[in-house]
Ligand binder design. Sequence first.
Ligand SMILES: Cc1ncc(COP(=O)(O)O)c(C=O)c1O
Length: 413
Amino acid sequence: MKFPDSGRPRAEVMAELSAMKSGDADWRRGRVPLYVFKATQEAAEVGQEAFNLYFTENALGAKRAFSSLKKMEDEVAAMALDLFHAPAGAVGNMTTGGSESILMAVKAARDFARKQRGDRAHRGNLVLPGSAHPAFNKAALLMDLEVRRVAVAKDFRADPAAMAAACDRDTIMIVGSAPCFPYGAIDPIRELGQVAGAKNLWLHVDACVGGYVAPFVRDEGWPVPDFDFSVPEVSSLSADLHKFGFAPKPASTVFYRDAEKRAGQTFSIDEWPNGRFVTETLTGTRAGGAVAAAWALMQTLGRPGYRRIARDLMRMRDAYVEGIEKIPGFRVFGAPHLTLLGFGAADLDMGRVAEGMQKRGWVPGMLKDPPGLHLMMSLLHAEARNDYLRDLAASAAEVRATSGKAKIEAVYS
Ligand SMILES: Cc1ncc(COP(=O)(O)O)c(C=O)c1O
């Protein structure tokens, strides 16, 4: 396509947009197993309305031009610190997503370690459970750190003893997820805390997925292990608003036990003609709407609103698990704590099952190790349950009755 020599009528362009969209996967009917999240219709509307009210404002200018955004961002951080049992003196801010939050925490840990060692060129390593998100690898690639992934235990959770054994004097951070993406299980953060305490290591909790829903799932009576600053050795924590905080994208948060730990996150650059350039984020310009929407959602939902959503999510999750495990041979892997599940049947080529699901109109979430399917469900998936289970059973039966080799690959790109 060439850059247009002339403009086209607005209505025509909008109609084309709508037409293009109609060819996308049907996320509204729960056919997409990740990427999009919804709680109630009202929560979606609040997010959209608040976002639109601040559609043009730029959170980069929050300190100098948009004091309301500065106030809201500080209040989002304060509300979250309260939710995450942070001690006085803890600090945090919004970012544009989980990957950015993780990147910032890794940079803070790296610079903290370098300062403590008095070695500005020290090359550190990150010790991760095998199930940790690739965002840690991205951070390591950008900052030339070594990544040590340690196999998870039989229960698909981080193995604290094996992680302890993988640490050495160059380790700058150990990580636990709350929960991890592949299996949906919250790692044993208390036990990882003991490892961190014994070895004087920085423990980061990646609560990008679970941070804003796990506390309410626990309030509603489902088991949720301690995962936040209530574990005294936790140094930093990332939690995404645009996943199970049900806020519009792009919105995440990153927190530190104290300001000294955050120091390395701050970019303060005084080398260009305009003067000192200071940001707490890798990104410069940030959507003001994302800040306003996150604030408005916390204010409208409050604890009772999030608890209702958590209860509905978990009831839905339990019904999915029951339905999946009724299909001959199928088992959910481990004991997921929230609405992320990995599951499969050991005697089936799960790639072919995924192809069967694709043929039936689903975007199949896939898992390579062990081979299986994957779901990260919000309330968009509640109504899709019967269709999903019917098609899963049909795909599995088809694979059992026929032979062949899967062409599909587990690729997230
Ligand atoms: C556990 C976990 N951490 C971090 C991320 C990265 O978040 P984002 O896609 O917002 O960068 C994800 C994304 O799914 C995740 O599941």
